[in-house]
Design a protein around this ligand. Structure first.
Ligand SMILES: [Cu+2]
Length: 185
């Protein structure tokens, strides 16, 4: 009798555990999908240019991947930065303020030992058709984590007419602002 009830008990336990597994598995997957954040930013032309495009930020393995695609550029090298505000209302894009620089670092090349702004993405290359694409993956940013040194929400993307020289303070002497997009969910 003891043996039978023990066997029954273990069978019940096995059933209970497998039932629980079946129930929780899909819920776990749902949670992961809901926390992986993604923001798509539309860039509008500024300063009389025809430069438009988009930038997509996605969270992957604790890092943020940015994919920016632009068209309507003059062929050559153009600076791209994250500026302080998501406000693209002014015709020259200056409503976004200066570079996003929460850590008070000097302007520089992304990853530089001497320091760089959190918004110092760098330069992109436009081909003869005026198209440019740039991919950056970093753990220096987050989407909506609330850490003021990392959170890109509420900031703005600016593409410039000229090239970032990585040395002129605090702008990189990149010229006018030809495209703008607010990083807003
Ligand atoms: Cu800039």
């Amino acid at each position: 009798m003891k043996k039978i009830s023990l066997a029954l008990l273990s069978l019940t336990l096995v059933l209970a555990v497998s039932c629980k597994k079946d129930k929780t598995a899909p819920e776990t997957e749902k949670t992961v999908a809901e926390t992986a954040r993604k923001v798509k930013v539309k860039l509008e032309s500024k300063s009389g240019s025809n430069v438009t495009g988009n930038a997509v930020f996605t969270e992957e393995d604790g890092k943020i991947k940015m994919t920016a695609m632009l068209s309507g550029l003059e062929s050559g090298t153009h600076a791209i930065h994250i500026h302080d505000k998501a406000d693209c209302s002014s015709p020259d894009g200056k409503s976004t303020g200066g570079h996003w620089n929460p850590t008070g670092a000097p302007h520089g090349k992304w990853g530089s030992k001497e320091g760089f702004h959190k918004g110092d993405i760098g330069n992109l290359q436009a081909d003869e058709k005026g198209h440019a694409m740039l991919i950056l993956t970093t753990d220096e940013w987050c989407i909506g984590c609330g850490d003021k040194n990392k959170d890109i929400l509420g900031k703005g993307i600016i593409v410039h007419a000229g090239t970032d020289d990585f040395t002129t303070q605090p702008t990189g002497a990149a010229g006018g602002r030809v495209s703008c997009g607010g990083i807003i969910e």
